[in-house]
Design a binder for this molecule. Structure first.
Ligand code: SF4
Length: 318
């Protein structure tokens, strides 16, 4: 079995409010292996972004980590001192945001912005390395002196990827990195990220609400629902044998890209995710589940291992 780069165990995050604690991550355990792409999908409020913020130790108050462990490259992230955290962020774990294309400095060339990254982390690298990184992400190296406004949206997002790869991290987090782009550019960029990831060997945590896009590039997929992990497994296994009704619902809502029948085949899941202030009893998905039975509202499902690496949290499988 491939070695784990990142291990999250029994992890809980609460938002402390005047009305009490609201659990935003509820008892989540998962791994990211070296050299793989793990996709995390779920609707808004499912806990995806909170998990990433916790991983980078940038959770905004009033969020608090109430339980659990995060180990990365053998180190306990929750115990790192500020200096160690600074070295880890960007140096070992970097991130491409949805807004990366809009966060470039308009008055500094893209090459200088990459060189600034080297300088900020006391890393080796100058103009030639900046050009090399641009070339690697599909921008001709001779555009190193370009400004952001001289580039298309897709090229600016590629600069965001070059910045994320500048210090050769072992984990790159992609947080909805292509949502603002048109579908052709989106597909190209994700294919390029996949090729780079294969070539350079880093791992990727790919966060999105778009399961079809995720299935195209991920080795494994984790499905979050209402702060919990509903299902996790190898991509092919989930594509052909998803066991949690929520995963099946997402698969219907995002039919395979390229089939030419996407719009006709799409079926949205009825209803909307619950408020985490007052989540449903038992299985949190039961008010929306087309296979719910009385038992589902009465008790919480147990996580069941269905095959190697494939787990689901549903009464139908436990
Ligand atoms: Fe549906 Fe019940 Fe399974 Fe929840 S436990 S997903 S309500 S069948």
């Amino acid at each position: 079995m491939t070695e784990s780069l990142l291990t999250i165990r029994d992890f809980c995050v609460d938002y402390v409010t005047d009305e009490g604690r609201v659990r935003a991550i509820d008892d989540v355990s998962l791994d990211v292996k070296r050299g793989e792409i793990l996709g995390i999908a779920g609707e808004s409020g499912s806990g995806k972004t909170t998990l990433v913020q916790a991983l980078l130790r940038i959770l905004p108050p009033p969020a608090v980590i109430s339980r659990g462990e995060i180990m990365f490259e053998g180190k306990d992230i929750l115990a790192l001192e500020e200096e160690e955290l600074r070295a880890m962020r960007w140096g070992r774990i970097s991130m491409v945001f949805q807004s990366a294309m809009d966060s470039l400095n308009p008055v500094v060339t893209i090459g200088e912005q990459i060189e600034d990254t080297f300088r900020a982390h006391n890393a080796k690298g100058g103009r030639d390395r900046a050009a090399e990184l641009l070339d690697m992400v599909g921008i001709p190296g001779d555009r190193v002196d370009s400004y952001a406004h001289q580039l298309s949206g897709g090229m600016r997002q590629r600069v965001g990827i070059a910045l994320a790869l500048a210090l050769e991290p072992s984990l790159v987090i992609l947080d909805e990195p292509t949502t603002a782009l048109d579908v052709i550019v989106e597909r190209e960029i994700l294919q390029e990220v996949r090729q780079l990831q294969r070539k350079l060997g880093f791992s990727v945590l790919f966060i999105t609400h778009d399961l079809a896009r995720m299935l195209q590039v991920s080795d494994r997929v984790a499905i979050f629902y209402a702060a919990r992990l509903a299902e996790i497994g190898p991509t092919n296994e989930l594509r052909s044998n998803a066991r949690h009704p929520y995963t099946r619902g997402l698969l219907k809502a995002f039919p395979p890209i390229g089939s030419g029948t996407e719009a006709r085949d799409a079926h949205s899941i009825p209803g909307s995710p619950p408020s985490l202030r007052n989540p449903p009893t038992g299985c949190r998905f039961h008010p929306r589940c087309d296979q719910a039975r009385p038992e589902c509202a009465a008790r919480e499902p147990h996580q069941t291992t269905l095959s190697e690496g494939h787990k689901a949290d549903c009464i139908l499988t436990d």
